[in-house]
Design a protein. Structure first.
Length: 137
């Protein structure tokens, strides 16, 4: 807890490197491209459709096309993990509170540097999307 308070209330002078900020955005986009789907699956409930053929020729079949009539279809809802939901909301709340505190205790130069860092970070994300993004536009 002391380190968290030290980070929030101690002023630090540092300059950021534009190249590092752009590469941070590039790496952020690459990592989020890989882990976005597993995180969404852990946070949101998933719906699994199943089909059962009830005609006399086929007793159980997962392919709905082979069953013409007497198809029993149902959806299984898999709820998200409550621990993951709790950790996600705790992280969101802590980041929100620390951002508000940082806005009140930081200097104007720190805010300008952070804005410039975010702009360079977004440029890195855009570069990743141009090079490796899906081409469905």
């Amino acid at each position: 807890m002391k380190i968290f308070l030290l980070v929030l209330f101690t002023s630090v002078k540092a300059e950021f490197d534009i190249g590092c900020a752009i590469s941070d955005g590039f790496i952020h986009a690459a990592v989020s491209d890989v882990v976005k789907e597993p995180i969404q699956n852990a946070i949101n409930p998933t719906f699994e459709p199943y089909y059962i053929c009830t005609d006399k020729t086929t007793v159980l079949d997962t392919n709905k096309e082979k069953c013409q009539v007497y198809v029993l279809d149902y959806v299984v809802v898999i709820p998200p993990n409550p621990l993951v939901i709790f950790l996600v909301y705790m992280c969101i709340i802590l980041i929100f509170i620390s951002t508000i505190v940082w806005c009140f205790v930081s200097s104007c130069e720190d805010k300008v540097d952070m804005f410039a860092y975010f702009c360079c970070h977004i440029i890195g994300i855009i570069i990743y999307d141009i090079l490796f993004g899906e081409e469905d536009d």
